[in-house]
Design a protein around this ligand. Sequence first.
Ligand SMILES: [Zn+2]
Length: 484
Amino acid sequence: MTGENKRYVIIHGHFYQPPRESPWTGLVAPEPSAAPFPNWNERILSECYGANARAHTMDGPLVRITNNYQWLSFDFGPTLMAWLSRHGQAAYRSVIRADAASIERTGHGNAIAQSYNHSILPLLSAADKDIQISWGIEDFKFRFARPPEAIWLPECAADASTLEEVARAGLKSVILAPWQGEFRAADNPNSSGPFIWRRGDLSLNVFRFDSELGGFVSFGDGLSDGARLAARIAERALSQPPGSVVLLATDGETFGHHKKAGAAELARALMILSENRELEITNCARVLSLGLQAGSFEINAASAWSCQHGVERWRSDCGCRLTHGTSQHWRYPLREAVDFVKRHADTLYDSIAGELLADPRQALRESIRLAIDRDPAAGEEMFKRHAVSEEKDRNRLMTLFEMQRAAHAALTSCGWFFDDFAGLEGRIVLRWAARAVELAAWYAPSIEPELLDRLRSITSNRREIADAATLYLSLKTREARGRI
Ligand SMILES: [Zn+2]
């Protein structure tokens, strides 16, 4: 069977967890709801990240152990990778090894980057989009020892300016939902891509995921029987002309955490599909290298894969929620409050780093390396490159980089996704905001009083919580106690 006769199947898993670590200690507090595990990261490591690294399937009387990451296209959120590198090293190494193995097999790695903090890119300024994407690329290069060819946009959230920043960063493709723009197919209307997007002299390849297959796996019982899943994917692919691409995308945690037998059933599906000579299980970069084109793409206004109201879920009471009867009036003022912290951090950074550095933007792009790589040589080299020799200037810059990282972390999408800010995810936002405010106060009068004023008007659906200011203060107190 020659390459031209094949259909290309891409199964993409977006692996991500809210950053549960304390901004001060780097430790995850006990989360009783994750019992019998100490916290949700540990539980999902067991059910999903580790389970996919060594998924067991029966092949007749034989047990086959598959590293699913060798077959999946995948992205791991940088903050999750940092946690895995410390607490889930076996799974971490399997992910890195799988990328190398996929390069051997297809010529292109299965891993793609993710912007650093899982923030909703269309809601950020162009400068912050650039930082998020640059940090995602830096993190990727550190872990996978190669540059990424594509990037996952958190929540698939995109608008024209997001795509511009992605293209400007030198990345070649993204994955979006079918409703995020106009896909003009050249001939096969069902193809997943690639569709070319152009603006001025920038261009990017857009793959659209197959929402029917995605729904079957994410919300249906697609993972209850791997053989049935393989049959469904093969049928979808073989109903299209040779050279077609079928792309299924879902949260990676679907494979084992959301669907309990998901890792093993996925392994069975991958085994069956890999033996079908009319199909090739691959990744976006490999498809691009074949020169396949499905048509062109125009993007709509800002949109995402889990809100029907553009990207409003992450800044307003748009109606998207999990539990009927809860109020999301808190979303807008919380966003305003965190944006206020971010603006303050930007002003401080620009004025102080502007005095110490010839190119403060470029230094901020590179600075994430200092948070990822504990090797002091990395810092030494960076400061030399930027001609900062004085110890006290280096220390000031380190504080400012950390302040920027905290302010970016406070904008993680998880804080707004759920029904209330007082859940585990909303607390992440408040704690990182507190950390950014604390660091900023080294160089300017603290903005905490004004932040508290803003937070005081934000009330929770949970009676025991009162308002966001009270929660903010109690989280800070708890952290301080934990550090004594
Ligand atoms: Zn919505």
